[in-house]
Ligand binder design. Structure first.
Ligand code: NDP
Length: 284
């Protein structure tokens, strides 16, 4: 079987074109969307993500209001930065780059963000709205996965979906979004018994674990759609959770790493920022 390669660069370019058109309309109405990213410490991966987000903003015409704090920043210091961004009318979206240094309370930081600026979709209000099926800002990575599935015409209603990973960032919100799209959803994690057998039942298998190449052919039913959220830095470069070479011949469609979910996450962040700006301007 030759699988369809689900191309995140292609779909993210489509999302970007839509976002650009919305930015042009907002700018014409006198509103320039603004995104504040807070980076604490000097984790190289986080720095590289923040740099990419800054470049995305610059390319699209979103103003960046980034704050970088030292790794020994206090919770009070972080709270003050969040409060300042909450109170700045030029800032429509706020993202706290994770992971935070261990001495800082990520729950407190995320909950402090004004929910109307929660473009990461991780505030309890945003997650609660997702749970209740109400409109709101959705977490970027799961929203990006949903958009890819939609663009490639993957049938979700009635499909058996297995999500590996239960983080608030990816696994849980994605499981909820798939449920909302009428999948029958199983959410797996490190305590799941006989993960392989559970995964082999999936029409749609999503891996968000963070273990390079862990998902081999034995986890995949013939004809399944396989989405690899994992991004793992190895000496050989960036790889996903899925052993692409082994799994691709079994799959009907599959995302590559890099070039799969990664670009979608960034595109959805820009899209969410523009949505927040439009809502703030009463234009959405
Ligand atoms: P977390 O570490 O927060 O969560 C990992 C999840 O995987 C946990 O639920 C954990 O289970 C589960 N897990 C770990 N080991 C196993 C195992 N052996 N078998 C089954 N489940 C296991 O990671 P994130 O959700 O933040 O990220 C997951 C991956 O996705 C990472 O590689 C990350 O880099 C990537 N990522 C990619 C993005 C993108 O844009 N493409 C965006 C965000 C993340 P338990 O809960 O029991 O510990």
């Amino acid at each position: 079987m030759t699988p369809t390669i689900i191309d995140g660069k292609l779909v993210s370019a489509l999302v970007e074109r839509e976002t650009l058109a919305r930015i042009e309309a907002l700018t014409a109405a006198g509103v320039t969307p603004g995104l504040g990213v807070v980076l604490v410490g000097d984790d190289p991966a986080s720095e590289s993500y923040v740099n990419m987000k800054e470049r995305d903003c610059a390319r699209l015409g979103i103003t960046s209001f980034d704050t970088r704090l030292r790794a020994d920043a206090t919770q009070d210091g972080l709270d003050a930065v969040i409060d300042a961004l909450n109170g700045d009318p030029r800032v429509h979206g706020i993202l706290i780059q994770q992971p935070l240094p261990r001495h800082l309370d990520v729950e407190e930081a995320v909950a402090r963000v004004d929910p109307s600026k929660d473009v990461d979709g991780l505030h309890p209000d945003s997650l609660g709205r997702l749970m209740r099926g109400l409109p709101g800002l959705r977490a970027c990575t799961p929203a990006g996965v949903m958009r890819m599935l939609q663009e490639y015409g993957v049938t979700l209603s009635g499909a058996r979906a297995v999500v590996i990973g239960r983080s608030l960032l990816v696994g849980r919100p994605l499981a909820m979004m798939l449920l909302e799209a009428d999948c029958t959803v199983t959410c797996c994690h490190s305590r799941t018994v006989d993960l392989r057998s559970v995964c082999r039942e999936a029409d749609l298998l999503v891996s968000a674990i963070g273990r390079p190449g862990m998902i081999g052919a034995g986890f995949v039913k013939k004809g399944a759609v396989v989405i690899d959220v994992g991004i793992n830095r190895t000496p050989g470069g960036l790889v996903g959770d899925v052993d692409f070479e082994a799994v691709a011949p079994l799959a009907s469609a599959i995302t590559p790493v890099p070039g799969g979910v990664g670009p979608m996450t960034r595109a959805m962040l820009m899209s969410n920022t523009v949505t927040a700006a439009a809502l703030a301007a009463g234009a959405a």
